[in-house]
Design a protein around this ligand. Sequence first.
Ligand code: HEC
Length: 132
Amino acid sequence: MAGEERARSGALNLTGRDSAGTTNQPWETAMNKLLLPAMLSACTLLAAPAYAADAAAGKALAEESCADCHGDDGAGDADYPGIAGMSVDKFTKAMQEYQNGTRTKSAKMTKEAKKLSAAQVADLAAYYSKLK
Ligand code: HEC
């Protein structure tokens, strides 16, 4: 539960904006008019990875791509590890390690991980972390 809360607020923080700036000097308003659009477009470019994870999309993807090995509910079996209930952090780290080649124990799993975008990994993490 606590892990889930932390994960959720972490995901929100990625998209959160600062609400600083309460003064209303005319020159500031003028500057904001010039600067804000520039800053916003810069943010759009720089913050491309900011993404609100979609557990429902993760579930659909899991059923399609992961359930064959890890089971319908990620419970695993004698041959495949259970992945249900992994924290978002742990899950994401594992997937990144398969993708960047620092985890090499399973060529099949590496192949699966390499098919996924960062957004898909985030969706899957949101889904599996909610399972028990
Ligand atoms: C062809 C079978 C296969 C498929 C399909 C597959 N996996 Fe795996 N997965 C494995 C095997 C085998 C391991 C154990 C490898 C290891 O020990 O590193 C594993 C390990 C993992 C781990 C690490 C578990 C841990 O305890 O560290 C995660 C996370 C994972 N898989 C997620 C997924 C996801 C998400 C998908 C779907 C996109 C998926 N897997 C599809 C076979 C598969």
